[in-house]
Design a protein around this ligand. Structure first.
Ligand SMILES: *[C@@H]1O[C@H](CO)[C@@H](O)[C@H](O)[C@H]1NC(C)=O
Ligand SMILES: *[C@@H]1O[C@H](CO)[C@@H](O)[C@H](O)[C@H]1NC(C)=O
Ligand SMILES: *[C@@H]1O[C@H](CO)[C@@H](O)[C@H](O)[C@H]1NC(C)=O
Ligand SMILES: *[C@@H]1O[C@H](CO)[C@@H](O)[C@H](O)[C@H]1NC(C)=O
Ligand SMILES: *[C@@H]1O[C@H](CO)[C@@H](O)[C@H](O)[C@H]1NC(C)=O
Length: 723
């Protein structure tokens, strides 16, 4: 068989040069022994040598006894299928909860499976803390918190009972100052969290509660978002760490970044190029998302295939050889072939990072204080992550956090969950990037508002602060009063907001150029509506960023000295700029219709003249001077070149014309008017060759915005504008 394999390798080499010999002799692994009862498998390279077989089971099940096999050189699978232990899908199990000290667990059982419920009771003289009943969940973890039974009286303990997590063993039953407890998990599990904890004088344990993970155990996006998002939120709200004894358990990240993120991506599930490209995309996404929180972490990124590919070395952030803005390039350079092996087992890296942090001049008298400045976040992604390689990373002290996610999709969800937290207050334009339920449509555009005038929806608007809606001036009629006007902010029923007052741009006058051949003149078509009450920011309600504010500067990640002009250059400097605005198919029951995004290209600079000339074709226009109709204060979109744009419909006006910048959204215009009425009932309608839309460029109405939104008053919190 050795000879056969040699021969087939030879042929295989030939195959890449010429297809003449393709498929003649192959060294194949047997296909008849690898099936899985109740599940499926995928192969990366059919039955050829090197091919990786990965088993799949439906949700709530995991492949047993093996998760994958590899076709070896010798034509055998590794591990080899065992007839006495057929491959099958087992119901997910949770680690044994029968570890409670001074209490009982019901029902006692040999193993606990998905959906099993357990209850906990303490002996008399002891009080239960934590959950009194827990259910085994599909990610292989128990819900709730580890129960403990603590003695009611006579105890000399300083620290509370740190508990014993399911599946674990604990050494040490004394909880006085400097007493230590150590944990271990049974052989088929790995320990995640602190292996050893010490009771401190302040009555708290060092480190974090450990947990025992099976290979099929993983963290849900909610769990990761809670832990990781919490850390990032903290960094946004506290710049400098306060007194450390009180806050000992909290994660501290300074805004300018001692956040260290270690990303381990398992791409062993497939060596197909597409999968690896997806994995890289997900990592880039993760980095973008994190930077949208104005945190700039150091990264260490490793891809696991059959060997370890190191994409970005965290140490290079310390010595300055990797610049954050070049990280995406570094990622792209990760080879897809297997001929590259640098990095090795990751532990030494973690040790070296710690060393470097200790050596750098971070304030702190002793090591423990320094350690607080070191947060390492490790993301293991993929159900088949090579756990042996990761083991050294899962056990850590205070600042080391290990998360294991099931798939790339789950990673996407995690980062969107993080921004659901209403505490991420000051961040304008932050939004969800994907949709799973109808309500997500709102959280993808959380600033969107509808302006109701009389009883009909007249216009769109955008939330620009917790108190103000930006819309078009032409949405109001001369006789309108604030009582007439209402605003719908979210899509809950009865969510109409009352209006305190509204202010049109002082220079807006539709009839101003009637006798110059311009029947309707929309210059300065902007208005601000002040609500009676502030809205509450949440994942579905959040202001959009508007130009030349400090918030927008942060969202664009520009430095503190940057100017308003530089924002304009960044957002609107190219000849063609991709912009979007919203629409909604109109219907009497407006609460049920979904908001859709229209995509358009603003034609700027050299392309502008060609775009705006169609304004002369608008109904009843008699002038031949286009600048009388379209001043420099408008953005022009529509037409079919270079791409077919969407066109604004009746009812779209007043809405935000926006540009996405990573995960933040910046409003650059207000939908004002168009040359042709192509759609009365809204929806995604495309432009004709000669139809054009004109939008007020917000950079041109800044004095108006600043005067109202930037006003320092007791009635509302002003926006901070750049000078
Ligand atoms: C296996 O694959 C088939 C077809 O692709 C699919 O219908 C079935 O649901 C899969 N079963 C499992 C357990 O994944
Ligand atoms: C756990 O769940 C399994 C499957 O639903 C069931 O057969 C078993 O009796 C349960 N065991 C316990 C201890 O509740
Ligand atoms: C963060 O920035 C502040 C001021 O810009 C500086 O004083 C401080 O040393 C920086 N901290 C770190 C850890 O770089
Ligand atoms: C994650 O989201 C991005 C954009 O929101 C999408 O392009 C990508 O395909 C998603 N990845 C996965 C694995 O779902
Ligand atoms: C154009 O002018 C005519 C005559 O004054 C008028 O009837 C018509 O409504 C106008 N059309 C538009 C679109 O304003």
């Amino acid at each position: 068989s050795h000879f056969e394999c040699f021969w087939s390798v030879y042929v295989f080499l030939f195959k890449t040069i010429s297809s003449l010999f393709a498929g003649q002799v192959q060294c194949e692994c047997p296909g008849n022994t690898i099936g899985i009862e109740g599940g499926n498998y995928t192969l990366t390279n059919q039955m050829h040598q090197g091919s990786l077989l990965v088993y799949q089971c439906r949700e709530g099940y995991f492949p047993f006894p093996h998760r994958s096999r590899q076709c070896l050189h010798s034509g055998k699978w590794n591990p080899e299928p065992d007839r006495n232990l057929p491959q099958r899908c087992n119901l997910v199990k949770c680690p044994s909860p029968i570890v409670l000290m001074n209490g009982d667990v019901y029902p006692p059982a040999y193993e606990y499976l998905l959906g099993n419920e357990t209850t906990y009771e303490c002996y008399s003289g002891y009080t239960l803390k934590g959950s009194s009943s827990r259910i085994c969940q599909k990610n292989g973890k128990w819900d709730g918190r580890t129960p403990t039974c603590s003695e009611d009286s006579g105890s000399e303990n300083i620290c509370p009972d740190p508990g014993i997590p399911p599946g674990a063993r604990r050494r040490g039953n004394m909880f006085g100052v400097d007493d230590r407890v150590t944990y271990s998990c049974s052989e088929d599990m790995i320990l995640v969290g602190s292996k050893e904890r010490t009771c401190m004088e302040n009555g708290q344990w060092t480190g974090r509660e450990p947990a025992c993970y099976y290979k099929h155990t993983y963290d849900t996006p909610e769990e990761v978002a809670h832990a990781f998002g919490g850390a990032i939120r903290e960094s946004l709200t506290t710049l400098q760490s306060t007194d450390d004894t009180q806050e000992a358990k909290k994660i501290k990240i300074l805004k300018n970044g001692t956040l260290n993120i270690y990303i381990a991506m398992d791409v062993s599930g497939s060596i197909e190029e597409k999968y690896i490209i997806d994995a890289k995309k997900a990592v880039k996404q993760l980095m973008k998302k994190i930077s949208s929180f104005t945190v700039s972490p150091n990264y260490d990124i490793v891809f696991f295939t059959s060997v370890i590919h190191k994409a970005v070395n965290i140490l290079h952030f310390f010595d300055g050889t990797v610049k954050r803005d070049k990280m995406a390039d570094a990622l792209d350079k990760v080879p897809i072939d297997r001929g590259f092996n640098e990095g090795g087992v990751p532990t030494p890296t973690v040790a070296r990072i710690k060393n470097l942090v200790y050596l750098s001049n971070i304030p702190g008298k002793h090591d423990k204080k320094r350690e607080e400045h070191l947060d390492i976040y490790i993301f293991g992604i993929g159900a088949y992550i090579y756990q042996d390689d990761l083991t050294p990373l899962t056990v850590g002290t205070e600042g080391q956090h290990f998360f294991k996610l099931e798939s790339l999709t789950e990673l996407n969800k995690t980062f969107d969950q993080m921004i659901d937290e209403s505490e991420v207050m000051g961040l304008c334009g932050l939004h969800r990037s994907y949709e799973t339920t109808d309500n997500d449509a709102k959280s993808m555009n959380p600033w969107y508002a509808e302006v109701i005038n009389g009883d009909v929806k007249r216009c769109f608007g955008s939330l620009v602060t917790t108190k103000f809606i930006l819309t078009a001036a032409h949405c109001f009629r001369a006789r309108d009063t604030p009582e007439h006007v209402k605003v719908i902010i979210d899509d809950e029923k009865n969510s109409e907001r009352k209006v305190e007052k509204f202010t049109l741009h002082e220079k807006f006058e539709v009839g101003a150029r009637k006798n110059q051949g311009v029947p309707e003149f929309y210059e300065y078509d902007v208005a601000l509506i002040e609500l009676k009450e502030d809205v509450v920011i949440s994942n579905t309600v959040r202001p959009i960023c508007i130009p030349c504010t400090t918030d927008t500067r942060d969202a664009l990640r520009m430095n503190k000295q940057s100017t308003c002009k530089q924002q304009e250059e960044l957002l609107l400097s190219e000849d063609i700029v991709q912009l979007s605005f919203l629409t909604k198919p109109s219907d009497n029951d407006h609460t049920l219709k979904k908001v859709l995004v229209k995509n358009v290209k603003a034609k700027l600079r050299n392309n502008r003249e060609e775009c705006i000339k169609y304004a002369l074709k608008a109904p009843n226009v008699t002038t031949t001077d286009v600048s009388l109709i379209v001043t420099d204060n408008f953005l022009c979109t529509g037409g079919v070149d270079p791409t077919i744009d969407h066109i604004a419909c009746t009812g779209d006006s007043g809405g935000a014309v926006f540009k996405d910048y990573d995960y933040r959204t910046i409003q650059v215009g207000v939908v004002s008017w168009g040359t042709k009425e192509l759609c009365k009932s809204g929806g995604l309608v495309v432009s004709e060759a000669t139809s054009r839309d004109f939008h007020i460029n917000l950079f041109k109405v800044l004095p108006f915005l600043r005067r109202i939104l930037g006003k320092d008053t007791n009635e509302y919190t002003p926006l901070k504008f750049l000078n």
